[in-house]
Design a protein. Structure first.
Length: 115
């Protein structure tokens, strides 16, 4: 009976463990660039925390207007190459963020880690 109750508790609490936060420092995997995502004044944004790219501007916002929609987050991501903002959907899980960037009919998926 104890095992059954424990099973029910774990089963009912599993949705809590499947919801991950964006908050933290994320490695983009490019030139050791780290993005810090935090909530300030009820808004979620991501700024460049550090980078080995000499042209990266520390403190510059790269993610903005982030809003939670079910299990994903939506917002905008800045492209330094094109100097434009693009729509992004972010899917957090464990220690990764999967970002799906939409440009017209095309999309690109990248992964960031918090390691």
């Amino acid at each position: 009976m104890k095992n059954f109750i424990l099973f029910l508790i774990l089963l009912s609490s599993s949705p809590l463990f499947s919801q991950f936060s964006l908050e933290g420092i994320w490695n983009t995997g490019e030139e050791n660039t780290k993005i810090e995502i935090i909530q300030t004044n009820n808004k979620w944004n991501g700024r460049i925390k550090s980078s080995e790219n000499k042209s990266a501007q520390i403190g510059q916002i790269i993610l903005k207007d982030l809003k939670k929609e079910g299990k994903k987050w939506t917002g905008k991501i800045y492209s330094f190459k094109r100097k434009e903002w693009y729509e992004v959907e972010i899917f957090p899980s464990n220690s990764t963020l999967r970002l799906e960037i939409k440009v017209g009919f095309l999309s690109k998926t990248i992964k960031w880690t918090n390691k």
